[in-house]
Design a binder for this molecule. Structure first.
Ligand SMILES: [Zn+2]
Length: 125
């Protein structure tokens, strides 16, 4: 119950100076510091690469929506290869910005294209 007072002093050095007040009933805590809460996303840290701000940020609009492409042509290798990584993997939606609907169609198209050997399943380095 009273253990909080020690942890609090470690957090804020200003509170440590005020040792005269022995266990304040309600410490003056700022109302949810907005600057600190918004910093790192929960679960976002720990990945390989560390800071994700280093990646170049594309504008997140669905390419197929903007160009009004309804059915994604599986024969268009040049189009599809833009959504396939070097190793032949399909780039996730959160990196390319493709909307859900089109990503699903894109996935199908890529898989079709793989089947007729337009795209690689996996690049053997
Ligand atoms: Zn779309």
């Amino acid at each position: 119950m009273s253990d909080e007072t020690q942890a609090k002093t470690a957090e804020t050095p200003a509170a440590a100076a005020e040792t005269t007040t022995t266990r304040p009933d309600r410490p003056e805590r700022p109302e949810r510091p907005a600057g600190e809460r918004r910093g790192p996303r929960p679960g976002g840290q720990g990945g390989p690469g560390g800071s994700r701000g280093k990646f170049f940020r594309r504008k997140k609009v669905c390419k197929f929506c903007t160009e009004k492409i309804d059915a994604i042509p599986y024969r268009d290798v040049r189009l599809l290869s833009g959504f396939v990584a070097e190793r032949g993997k399909i780039i996730p939606r959160r990196l390319t910005g493709v909307c859900t609907t089109h990503q699903r169609r894109l996935t199908r198209a890529i898989k079709q294209a793989r089947n007729i050997a337009l795209l690689p399943f996996a690049t053997r380095f």
